[in-house]
Design a protein around this ligand. Structure first.
Ligand SMILES: NC(=O)c1ccc[n+]([C@@H]2O[C@H](COP(=O)([O-])OP(=O)(O)OC[C@H]3O[C@@H](n4cnc5c(N)ncnc54)[C@H](O)[C@@H]3O)[C@@H](O)[C@H]2O)c1
Ligand SMILES: [Zn+2]
Length: 382
């Protein structure tokens, strides 16, 4: 694999042939298309639409930007197709039951039958909600993802985790439900706010650290290009991230072990999101500080070299991401949220920690508690 953007990026940007990453899941396998101007290639989308009825689910920010394009792509030279849409309010706080019900209201009012297709157009919130709606409407209808944030293009649209939040916790209600395809038109990132772009890069950095040293080294050389929205660099980062996620998901779809490693930094990150109140920090920002904490702890355990701690701190800062939790976080706040983490088994908190050379990690409850304590005190005021 070359460390330069150019060769791979040229393929990704070739309008006639999008880069394709396959998610290999037997009879539920599907392609991820990645490239520029893919929404101008109607056949790409149309070949994955089943039936004659489509419901596009989007929100009030993304709808005005891309809904017309998606409807054009679905209907061009395809007179038999009819497209309905539902526009949801924007924000994580709307990833809940009442908003989900608006999708069902629209589908039922429009008399959509089992052969319809739901299309998610938006970031991870829309993708997770639309996917869950598709999984449960008439016990399951076809589903296509058109992710429009870095976060959703490199992570949430791939792998079939769908769902909504409950007031007592994030993503507590949901289903594994794989789409027919994921269509990533990298041009949609042109309208994405800088802070959202950076937030998605936290997950990109994560893939390098847990399983792809070469990709991490590429990021070290290309982080400024990514931050400047260099199209070739972004397309390459998305492709490589999707390849990593697709491979992990193919090996462990329902998260019996390996898939959990995708949560590097997330246990600490969730404590921050929870402590601050959801929406204060973006998910990727909380994960970035969480990665810095997991790396610190791995070093205290003697599992990684000090130079890696330095490299992680540097790349997170280059991506304009936080490397410490916000001031309000206390050791007790971390401990109380971590005690009810989904990864607690038999009273033992399992964490994803780096171990060995760059690109290696473990998911384990077998670590010296003192190291966790020290990390929490090192990162919190009290
Ligand atoms: N299913 C999974 O495996 C998985 C993985 C990671 C995250 N998630 C979920 O994803 C969600 C976070 O996703 P997100 O970071 O994409 O947040 P988001 O969906 O809230 O999108 C972020 C913001 O960007 C706006 N936006 C989206 N695309 C845009 C564009 N092209 N131009 C301008 N604005 C645009 C959105 O309207 C929103 O305001 C969380 O709910 C999280 O739980 C799920
Ligand atoms: Zn995440």
């Amino acid at each position: 694999m070359s460390l330069s953007v150019s060769a791979s990026a040229a393929t990704v940007l070739d309008k006639s042939s999008p880069t394709v990453v396959d998610v290999d899941l037997g009879n539920r396998s599907y392609p991820i298309y990645i490239g520029s101007a893919l929404l101008d290639q109607p056949l790409l989308l149309q070949r994955h639409v089943h039936g004659k009825r489509v419901l596009v689910v989007t929100n009030e920010t993304v709808g005005p930007l891309y809904l017309d394009k998606v409807v054009y792509s679905l209907t061009k030279d395809n007179p038999n197709i009819s497209v309905d849409h539902v526009i949801l309010p924007d924000g994580e706080k709307f990833k809940e039951m009442d908003t989900l019900m608006k999708v069902f209201d629209k589908a039922i009012e429009s008399r959509l039958d089992r052969k319809c297709t739901f299309v998610a157009l938006g970031g991870g919130v829309i993708g997770d909600m639309c996917g869950y709606a598709a999984a449960s409407y008439l016990r399951g209808v076809n589903f296509i993802q058109i992710p429009t944030t870095v976060m959703s293009q490199v992570d949430s649209s791939v792998g079939g985790k769908t769902g909504i939040n409950h007031r007592l916790g994030k993503n507590l209600i949901g289903a594994f439900y794989q789409p027919q395809c994921v269509l990533i038109d990298t041009d949609t990132l042109n309208t994405l706010p800088d802070r959202e772009l950076a937030s998605g890069l936290a997950e990109v950095i994560k893939y390098g650290l847990i399983r792809d040293a070469e990709f991490f080294e590429w990021q070290e050389k290309n982080m400024s290009a990514l931050m400047c929205r260099d199209a070739a660099a972004l397309a390459y980062a998305i492709k490589r991230s999707c390849e990593n996620k697709a491979e992990v998901v193919s090996l462990d779809e329902k998260e019996s072990g390996l898939r959990a490693t995708l949560n590097l930094g997330h246990t600490f990150g969730h404590a921050i999101e929870n402590g601050l109140g959801y929406g204060e920090w973006l998910h990727g920002e909380a994960v970035a500080a969480g990665i810095a904490m997991a790396v610190d702890m791995s070093y205290r355990l003697g599992w990684i070299d000090g130079s890696l701690v330095y490299r992680v701190d540097k790349i997170l800062k280059q991506a304009n991401l936080p490397t410490v939790p916000p001031d309000v976080m206390t050791v007790e706040m971390f401990k109380s949220v971590m005690a009810v983490d989904k990864k607690v088994a038999d009273g033992l908190l399992r964490l994803i920690l780096l171990k060995g050379p760059l690109g290696n990690c473990v998911f384990t409850g077998d670590y010296d508690r003192k190291a966790l304590e020290e990390t929490l005190y090192a990162f919190c005021g009290c």
